[in-house]
Design a protein around this ligand. Structure first.
Ligand SMILES: Nc1nc2c(c(=O)[nH]1)N[C@@H](CN(C=O)c1ccc(C(=O)N[C@@H](CCC(=O)O)C(=O)O)cc1)CN2
Length: 286
């Protein structure tokens, strides 16, 4: 048996096609959505992700606002750019690309953002609203995982899900989305302190692997018929992506997301969803 592919590229393309029509409708009402990005430093992966976000914007008709700072930028210089985007009416939503260089207080930067312009759902107010079941922009990668599963008809309701990792962009936020009544999954969060990861994995209907450890998830750890989402990104010496999931898992799982081509394009598509939804709210208030 070989697993079916959770095709992030195709699913993201369908989402972007829907957004293109919604952006056109917004423009007819005089509202042009504009996504801002703040990129600090010269990490090639972050540069690639940000470039992809702006390529997507161009495809759907969202305006792009790009701010780049050198790796030597100070906390104050980064915060000045955040304040500028908070005030810029052309920027209807923006993100600060993470991680920020060592020595920068990431949480302080996120806290300074206008929560109404937070396109990532990572502002403390928006994370708090998510915890409280209040409407908020949703973190893009966990929302992308759920959209990818739904698009392929994978049952989430009642599923035992194991999330591996505890980073803010997915590990900590994925369980918050999955345990909403609308998803209704049971979630076990595993991390580097978990004593027996294999025991947890073997019980999972869905595995979301976001540890950043190459090929951590082995075929013998996966329940036959499970859905396995590979969100981890490590790179070999040539810069090729190594996911968290061993290629042999495809022989056991029923569903697997490729990496690249799985959750990455979904993260970008769900970012655009947040931007368009914020612009639609602004248009409704006109
Ligand atoms: N402010 C944020 N920073 C980061 C987030 C985030 O959601 N918000 N998540 C990750 C990186 N990320 C988003 O920015 C991201 C990761 C991957 C991709 C992507 O399109 N990947 C491609 C492969 C690209 C390549 O070849 O390297 C794929 O999977 O097909 C987009 C965005 C950390 N930072």
């Amino acid at each position: 048996m070989s697993a079916q592919i959770l095709d992030g590229k195709a699913t993201a393309a369908a989402i972007k096609s829907d957004l293109t029509a919604r952006v056109a409708a917004l423009k007819e009402q005089g509202v042009t959505p504009g996504l801002g990005t703040v990129l600090v430093g010269d990490d090639p992966a972050s540069q690639k992700y940000v470039a992809g976000k702006h390529r997507d914007c161009a495809q759907v008709g969202i305006a792009s606002i790009q701010r780049e700072l050198p790796a030597t930028a100070t906390q104050e210089e980064i915060e000045a750019v955040v304040r500028e985007l908070n005030e810029d009416p052309a920027c209807t939503g923006y993100i600060v690309q993470l991680p920020l260089p060592k020595g920068i207080d990431e949480n302080r930067v996120l806290e300074l953002m206008d929560p109404a312009k937070d396109a990532d759902g990572l502002h403390p107010t928006n994370l708090g609203r998510l915890v409280l079941n209040e409407p908020a922009p949703l973190p893009c990668t966990p929302n992308g995982v759920i959209s990818l599963l739904r698009a392929h008809g994978v049952e989430i309701n009642g599923a035992e899900v194991v999330v591996v990792g505890r980073g803010v962009t997915i590990g900590r936020t994925m369980p918050l989305l999955l345990t909403r009544r609308s998803e209704n999954a049971t979630v076990t969060q595993c991390h580097t302190g978990t004593q027996d990861l294999s025991a947890h994995l073997r019980n999972a209907d869905i595995i979301v692997a976001a540890a950043g450890v190459p090929h951590l998830i082995k075929a013998e750890d996966v329940k036959p018929g499970a859905a396995v989402l590979d969100v981890g990104v490590s790179r070999n010496a040539e810069g090729k992506i190594l996911g968290d999931v061993d290629p042999d898992v495809a022989e056991v799982a029923a569903w697997i997301s490729p990496n690249p081509g799985g959750v990455g394009p979904m993260t970008r598509a769900l970012l655009l969803v947040n931007v368009v939804e914020a612009a639609e709210r602004a248009a409704a208030a006109l």
